[in-house]
Design a protein around this ligand. Structure first.
Ligand code: PDD
Length: 300
C-alpha cells in the first residue's frame, strides 16, 4: 500500500462536512444528487460497506470490496464495475479528502430504472456512491461506563451469513425501539430465539475466560472487525456459539464490534447489569490488542 497525501483539490472540501464521490465525480453535501429512479432509492436495491481510514490508509479495503461483491451476489446484482475500478475510486476520494481519518460508506446500487417496475433488467449501469466524512473518536463514556442494550425480536429472520444490502428496515425498527427505551442499541434475536447481532455491529460475550460470538448461520453479517478478532493472535480462547438471551444476561462481560467503533463494552441489557455492571477488564484488554493489531495491519 502506498502512502496517500492530500492534494490541492482537497482544500476545496475543507469547508464542507462531507465529500461525496458519485460515479467518479466529487461533490460536497449541498451539490451531491442522485436520480429519483435510482433503484437504491426506489427499492433499497443496493449493497453497501462502511469502512474507515487510519492516517489515510484504508482499513482492509480489499476485504471490504470482497464483501461488497459477496453481498451483490446474494441479491443477484451483477456489478457493472470491477473490484479494481471501485478500489481506484475509493483511493481517489481518500486523496481528495482534507482529513486523515475518515468514515467511508461505499454504496453500489443496481442503477437507474427506466420505469417504475421491479424487473432488474429495467436498470442501467450501477451507481457507485462513496460518502465520506471525518471520523469522530468514540465518546469517552463508552469505555468508562459501557453501553446499555435491549433485546429485539426479529420479524423476518433469514438464516445464514447476511448480505449488507441497502434495506435496513428491520434494523431501523430495532434501533428505534432501543432509543425509545433510552438504550444505545438493540441486540436482535432470530426466530429460534438466538441473539444475532446489534443493528450495525456484531455481539460478543465472555464467560469463564472464553470469548463467544454467534455463528454466521444464525443470521449474522460477517463483520470485518469480527473476522480480524478471529485472525489476531489469541488473547483468550474464542468460539462461535449460538447465544440465547439468558447466555447474554448471565455473561461475565459483553461487547459489540464494528469497523468504525472497534470494540465497545456493553454493561447493561434490558435492566440487567452484565457481570459487575462495569466495562469488562478482559474486553478492555482485547480492545488494546485489537488496536495494536489493526495498527500494524493498517500500514499495508
Ligand atoms: N455496520 N452487523 C451489521 C448488521 C452491521 O451493519 C455491521 C457494520 C456489522 C459490523 O461489521 P464490520 O465489523 O465490518 O463493521 C455487523 C456499519 C458500521 C454500518 O452499517 O455503518
Amino acid at each position: 500500500m502506498t502512502l496517500i497525501y492530500p492534494n490541492i483539490f482537497s482544500i476545496l472540501f475543507i469547508m464542507s462536512k462531507f465529500l461525496i464521490n458519485i460515479n467518479g465525480e466529487h461533490f460536497d453535501e449541498s451539490s451531491a444528487k442522485i436520480s429519483v429512479f435510482d433503484r437504491g432509492f426506489l427499492f433499497g436495491d443496493s449493497v453497501y460497506e462502511s469502512t474507515r481510514t487510519f492516517n489515510r490508509h484504508p482499513f482492509r479495503l480489499s476485504l471490504h470490496i470482497e464483501r461488497l461483491f459477496a453481498s451483490a451476489l446474494k441479491i443477484q446484482l451483477n456489478p457493472t464495475l470491477s473490484k479494481e475500478e471501485i478500489a481506484t475510486q475509493v483511493l481517489k476520494t481518500i486523496e481528495q479528502s482534507p482529513h486523515q481519518d475518515i468514515f467511508m460508506r461505499i454504496i453500489l446500487t443496481r442503477g437507474n430504472n427506466s420505469d417504475l417496475g421491479l424487473d432488474p433488467e429495467l436498470s442501467s449501469a450501477n451507481n457507485l456512491i462513496i460518502i465520506t466524512k471525518e471520523i469522530s473518536p468514540n465518546p469517552e463514556w463508552w469505555l468508562s461506563h459501557g453501553l446499555s442494550m435491549i433485546f429485539y425480536q426479529k420479524q423476518n429472520s433469514p438464516s445464514g451469513s447476511l448480505p449488507k444490502s441497502g434495506n435496513y428496515q428491520e434494523n431501523i425498527m430495532a434501533h428505534k425501539a432501543a432509543l425509545s427505551q433510552k438504550a444505545y442499541d438493540a441486540i436482535m434475536v432470530n426466530g429460534q430465539g438466538f441473539a444475532t447481532e446489534g443493528t450495525t455491529s456484531n455481539i460478543w460475550i465472555i464467560k469463564n475466560g472464553v470469548v463467544y460470538t454467534p455463528p454466521l448461520i444464525d443470521g449474522v453479517l460477517e463483520g470485518l472487525t469480527r473476522k480480524t478478532i478471529f485472525e489476531m493472535p489469541r488473547v483468550y480462547p474464542i468460539q462461535e456459539k449460538s447465544l440465547t438471551r439468558q447466555d447474554i444476561l448471565e455473561a461475565d462481560e459483553c461487547f459489540i464490534t464494528s469497523t468504525t467503533r472497534n470494540l465497545v463494552p456493553v454493561t447493561k441489557v434490558e435492566s440487567t447489569p452484565i457481570g459487575n455492571g462495569k466495562p469488562g477488564v478482559n474486553t478492555l484488554e482485547l480492545l488494546k490488542s485489537y488496536l495494536q493489531f489493526v495498527g500494524q495491519k493498517a500500514v499495508f
